[in-house]
Design a protein around this ligand. Structure first.
Ligand code: EAX
Length: 357
């Protein structure tokens, strides 16, 4: 792979913003009342600005892999509310949760082809489409949530979003899945050696797989919707995911040990199909971007809340939680292997991320 990171040094162009749009977005009517009825034309009153033409209400389906009662659902709820408000209900968001549209790679490909309007996915399989995004999948790249969020929201994150169109996707904003931890049915993971020969499900992500191979685990890529049953059937020793996913997906029913390894930070991205984007005028594009901001806030808020409550809940449902992990040993084992995980990586960008304020 020959990835160029030169784009990372460009300062992101900010979207053209008109304040008038926000000021005019005061409608509160329910979009469902104005849903198009096939075969019926709009009445004249429906064409006024405060009561949009019923036939013009556009449904935006947003697909994600996790249950609706999760940080993903919270993000999509907020997106829908904000978009409806900013566009006077001309758009109505529908959730397509729980892998109903397939795993995350499938979702991204459907957004790319226009089969789906939008996706809310982790970056797990994103690097298969936008190679530069693999940067954020490197282990121990971010020191904490604040560091990850400001990097993604700042010029480094924005410059990668700007590359999406070249790969046939629109990236609206980076959202959040969370710091990933290992669960398994064999043992508590305290030291890197505890991972030896564990068959761990990973996302379809070459950086993650190489990192786990470095630790002598057996990475086994699998789409998320197949994971719960594979764990239940005992086909894997374990998996790794952030606390909000472990909680929402009830992994405590199939996994005994949870070790707080926080080895990868898992960003999410809100993607839009280029086919839909091409139909939007500047004001509507601005509304989508503002709705994405609201979604990111809500999704991160839910991650915060889940991080706070998860350990008590998971312990109560029978998981053995290991809070002591020799993180320094994991970091020292993985950082020197960055170049193998991401060939062509420019070390300068790592330094820039590490010191990004
Ligand atoms: O995006 O596949 C995964 O493990 C992801 O973390 C999950 O689907 C949430």
């Amino acid at each position: 792979m020959n990835v160029s990171f030169s784009a990372l040094h460009r300062v992101a162009q900010t979207a053209c913003v008109t304040l008038g749009l926000v000021a005019s977005a005061t409608a509160t009517a329910q979009a469902s009342e104005t849903r198009a009825v096939p075969g019926r034309g709009a009445s004249p009153t429906q064409t006024s600005p405060s009561a949009p033409d019923a036939t013009a209400v556009k449904v935006i389906r947003i697909a994600y892999a996790v249950a609706q009662n999760s940080h993903y659902g919270a993000g999509v709820d907020a997106f829908g509310r904000e978009l409806a408000e900013l566009t006077n209900n001309r758009f109505r968001v529908e959730h397509v949760p729980a892998g109903k549209a397939g795993g995350e790679l499938e979702i991204l490909n459907k957004v790319k082809s226009g089969e789906l309007e939008m996706g809310n996915t982790s970056t797990g399989p994103l690097g298969n489409i936008v190679p530069e995004a693999k940067l954020f999948d490197l282990p121990f790249l971010f020191s904490d949530y604040a560091h990850a969020r400001r990097t993604l929201d700042g010029k480094i994150g924005q410059s990668i979003l700007e590359l999406f169109p070249k790969y046939g996707l629109i990236g609206l904003a980076w959202s959040e899945n969370g710091f990933r931890h290992i669960t398994n049915n064999r043992r508590a993971v305290i030291y890197p050696a505890d991972l030896a020969s564990l068959k761990l499900r990973t996302m379809e992500n070459s950086v993650h797989m190489e990192a786990l191979r470095t630790l002598k685990a057996q990475p086994t890529p699998l789409a998320f919707p197949k994971l719960f049953d594979a764990l239940k059937r005992g086909e894997l020793d374990g998996q790794e995911n952030p606390l909000p996913v472990i909680l929402a997906s009830k992994f405590s029913e199939t996994q005994r040990f949870l070790s707080l390894t926080q080895h990868f930070y898992s960003p999410c991205v809100l993607t839009v199909s280029p086919a839909l984007w091409a139909t939007l005028n500047e004001q509507d594009r601005y509304a989508f971007k503002m709705a994405a901001r609201a979604a990111v806030r809500a999704q991160r808020d839910r991650v915060n809340a889940d991080e706070f409550s998860a350990l008590t809940a998971l312990r109560a449902s029978g998981m053995q939680i290991n809070t002591f992990v020799d993180t320094n040993a994991f970091r020292s084992a993985l950082r020197p292997a960055y170049e193998r995980m991401l060939p062509g990586l420019n070390p300068k960008i790592i330094e820039e991320i590490r010191t990004f304020r």
